[in-house]
Design a binder for this molecule. Structure first.
Ligand code: IDP
Ligand code: MG
Length: 160
């Protein structure tokens, strides 16, 4: 039931100064940050993270975007955290992502625009799609000793 998931505040979020606002949303929901670091991904690392997309037409733009500056990598823990975080993030295209989601509240770009310009969709954030991906992605971005086990008040409030 308690899961860990990988969240990336991608370079567009870091460059727009949205790290604090986005982290605040996860803390406000009672989710726990168990890992946090800035990483400037290079092309080889981008190909490992986005292995499922490397052969797709949009990959060159995606790689350019994810390597254009530092990314804030977070490991977030909580009850069914993988699905909860995806719900808070919203859908891939900001244009179609509803208000109240991170992508819907802080971005508005469309597939049409990204395709016309040949660029990756700047949608601020990555979140693991399922538990299998979360396990692989957390291990890719974090060493074991960079992940911390500790108690928050939410741990108390979810058992009493
Ligand atoms: P996700 O981030 O919502 O899981 P994925 O399909 O895994 O979406 O795609 C990874 C990232 O690649 C997206 O977040 C977005 O930045 C970019 N991307 C996905 N599809 C397109 C596209 O059709 N054009 C441009 N960029 C795209
Ligand atoms: Mg994905």
């Amino acid at each position: 039931m308690i899961e860990r998931t990988l969240v990336l505040l991608k370079p567009d979020a870091v460059q727009r100064g949205l790290m604090g606002e986005i982290i605040m949303r996860f803390e406000r929901a009672g989710l726990k940050m168990v890992g946090c670091k800035l990483v400037w991904a290079d092309k080889d690392f981008a190909k490992l993270h986005y292995a499922e997309h490397v052969t797709k037409a949009f990959y060159p733009g995606l790689e350019k975007m994810i390597t254009m500056g530092p990314t804030l990598a977070l490991c977030i823990e909580g009850i069914e955290a993988v699905g909860i975080v995806r719900k808070m993030v919203g859908s891939t295209e900001p244009k179609g992502s509803p208000p109240g989601t991170i992508r819907g509240d802080y971005a508005h770009v469309s597939y049409g625009h990204a395709d016309e310009k040949g660029i990756g969709i700047k949608n601020l954030i990555h979140a693991s799609a399922n538990i299998t991906d979360a396990t692989r992605e957390v291990a890719l971005w974090f060493k074991n000793d960079e992940l911390h086990t500790y108690k928050t008040v939410h741990d108390q409030h979810t058992i009493e």
